[in-house]
Design a protein around this ligand. Structure first.
Ligand code: GLU
Length: 606
């Protein structure tokens, strides 16, 4: 139902129903699902997310006088109910905030953290004594294990954002989500489909089976789904706050679940235990970090810094292609250059980026004009058209003022790993004061670890699979370290003062989706909604460049193939959301129209 195109009449009707909903729905009334709307205009604030019910939760908060930070937390908490296979309190994320009155961009790192037991051998197969060091198969054993679970950061991130910049208490921000979990919501094709896609591993855990596979099947599309245990959990958090999660009752339940995953009697695969302890949860803290800034054709882009590679890699690509006049080139020639810049930047990402509390990352060199120039000079008019081709990392050392970082070790292992899933969700919010939030949150794979914490109704992440279990490597697992991410929540400022905010799900394709949206808007002049809907082109230093299915047959696709690009169609890349706010205060909010069933953008109506 989410992807259906509404005719004009239907749309008018929908707007009327929706407006009356906004006016008449009390927090306790059963939630009616408004028809999907992918774009919205207004002036008083906006929310864009992948789900109408979550967007509605954020809008309700804005209407009641909450600010963008309050609404972002409420929307995310609601997504934890209706999009539980992409995000939730069992996971982590990165939030970029623009505070209008201070004209300041802040980022909050709520990334999951490795327990003290983490080591480079953590994913070795214990049952493979003949080949010591052999890794457990990635799926299902690594991704559906206690081993893969990092200490969740989402709840601490919500609380930090509210404490510093919000106006609501955690209890108030959680209320719409509590109502949603309690009263239930209609199962749509995306929800049922994501369960079906995970059926084997969900059936391996008693708690997950009980919640998401009633009668051994996903709930029927159109049926009502309730999650009273998650409502109870959110209530505990509303009453007792962070301590209940990181120290109290929930901490004990999480540790118990990680150390003894609730596997069924004869699970279809080996379920490996993890070593997280209460001390690991107790030690967790979010980080408030400086944003990564990149200038691109007069725009100022602000993104997430390490441990996410999102802002840095996006910035490197934009800096490289800034040297080409993309807007004046033939489209195929322009996208060819973007693809090649992505290839090079992903080689550098793999070689150098990791948790900055553990590795010296040569950031000044990587972000310098000279380094971008060096990389730009490597881009030829045609690609090599070789499936086996991988670009090598370049050396940023000559571009560092302080050449002390331990570059030698990291350069030894420019190993390509691209196991990151296609899950995650991005939401974008603005308020009547002009504050903006761009927030990407995740539990890593679609369905995370597949393990619901028994009695508490939420799924634990499998974020530690984002580590590269080799050494030396900037992203090798270590105690307390945060795995390198690709999440790239972005806020940008146009030369005329227009504020743009956007982001995407999709593992490492997040970076290329964000670059694609930026190039489509800045260089090719597409409006935000069209840039979000546009075909995705994703090169991540692989032999092939992934594209939306069907794009390879298009004229542009064929022209790119003629330039030597090997295109690989894939089902879904990046269900993005975003908004733009013009200097006169007018807002356009936009959500993906079709991918992942389509999202919902709404603005506050007077
Ligand atoms: N684990 C991924 C990251 O942090 C996100 C998961 C996904 O998008 O599938 O980059």
């Amino acid at each position: 139902m989410r992807s259906r195109f509404l005719g004009l009449l239907g749309l008018a009707l929908a707007v009327t129903v929706w407006l009356s909903l906004l006016v008449h729905t009390s927090a306790q009334a059963p939630l009616q699902i408004p028809p999907q709307m992918h774009t919205a205009v207004g002036r008083l604030g906006a929310v864009a997310s992948v789900d109408a019910r979550a967007t509605q939760a954020g809008i309700a908060v804005l209407k009641a006088g909450g600010n963008a930070i309050d609404a972002a937390v409420a929307t995310s908490a609601a997504l934890g109910v209706v999009e539980p296979f992409s995000t939730g309190i069992g996971g982590g994320g990165f939030m970029v905030i623009y505070l209008k009155d201070q004209d300041r961009v802040i980022t909050i790192d709520g990334r999951e953290q490795a327990p003290a037991t983490a080591s480079v051998e953590m994913f070795n197969d214990p049952d493979s004594p003949d080949s010591p060091g052999a890794l457990l198969p990635f799926a299902p054993n690594r991704i559906s294990s206690g081993l893969a679970v990092g200490v969740p950061g989402t709840l601490a991130e919500w609380q930090e954002a509210l404490n510093r910049y919000g106006t609501l208490t955690l209890a108030q921000a959680l209320q719409p989500a509590i109502d949603l979990a309690e009263s239930g919501f209609e199962v749509d094709a995306t929800f049922a489909g994501q369960i079906a896609q995970n059926q084997e591993r969900f059936a391996a855990f008693r708690s997950t089976q009980a919640l998401y596979l009633p009668n051994d099947q996903p709930p029927a599309v159109g049926s009502r789904f309730q999650n009273p245990e998650l409502a109870k959990t959110y209530r505990i958090l509303a009453e007792r706050g962070l301590n209940a999660f990181y120290r109290g009752e929930l901490a004990e339940a999480i540790v118990q679940t990680v150390q003894n995953p609730p596997a069924v009697e004869s699970p279809p695969f080996r379920v490996i235990q993890g070593g997280m302890t209460l001390a690991d949860l107790d030690r967790y803290g979010v980080r408030v970090r400086p944003a990564v800034a990149a200038h691109y054709r007069g725009y100022r882009f602000y993104g997430m810094g390490l441990p996410s590679s999102g802002g840095i890699t996006t910035g490197e690509v934009l800096k490289i292609v800034e040297g080409f006049d993309l807007g004046q080139l033939e489209p195929a020639a322009a996208w060819h250059r973007v693809i090649e810049a992505e290839r090079l930047a992903f080689a550098d990402r793999a070689a150098y980026l990791g948790d900055p509390e553990y590795v010296d990352v040569p950031l000044a060199g990587l972000q310098s004009d000279g380094f971008a120039q060096l990389r730009r000079a490597e881009i030829a008019d045609r690609a090599t058209a070789d499936q086996a081709f991988r670009a090598a990392a370049a050396d940023p050392l000559p571009f560092q003022n302080d050449p002390s970082p331990s570059l030698t070790a990291s350069r030894l292992s420019a190993k390509i790993s691209d196991h990151e899933g296609r899950s995650t969700t991005h939401l974008t919010v603005s308020d009547r004061l002009g504050n903006v939030v761009s927030y990407t949150n995740t539990i890593e794979s679609t369905g995370g670890s597949g393990i619901v914490v028994p009695g508490y109704g939420f799924i634990l992440n499998n974020e530690l699979t984002d580590f590269d279990p080799v050494q030396p490597h900037p992203n090798s697992p270590e105690p307390g370290k945060r795995p390198r991410s690709s999440m790239a929540p972005t806020i940008a400022f146009a030369p005329d003062g227009t504020v743009l905010a956007f982001g995407s799900p999709g593992g490492s394709t997040i970076i290329t989706t964000v670059i694609g949206i930026a190039v489509n808007m800045v260089d090719l002049g597409l409006p935000l909604d069209q840039a979000i809907a546009a075909p995705r082109i994703s090169q991540r230093n692989g032999g092939t460049t992934q594209v939306d299915s069907g794009f390879e047959q298009s004229e542009l696709g064929q022209q790119l193939s003629a330039l030597g690009q090997i295109l690989e169609p894939v089902p879904e890349i990046g269900a993005a959301t975003g908004l733009i706010m013009r200097p006169d205060g007018s807002i356009l909010a936009a959500a993906e129209p079709t991918r992942r069933g389509g999202g919902a953008a709404l603005t506050v109506r007077p």
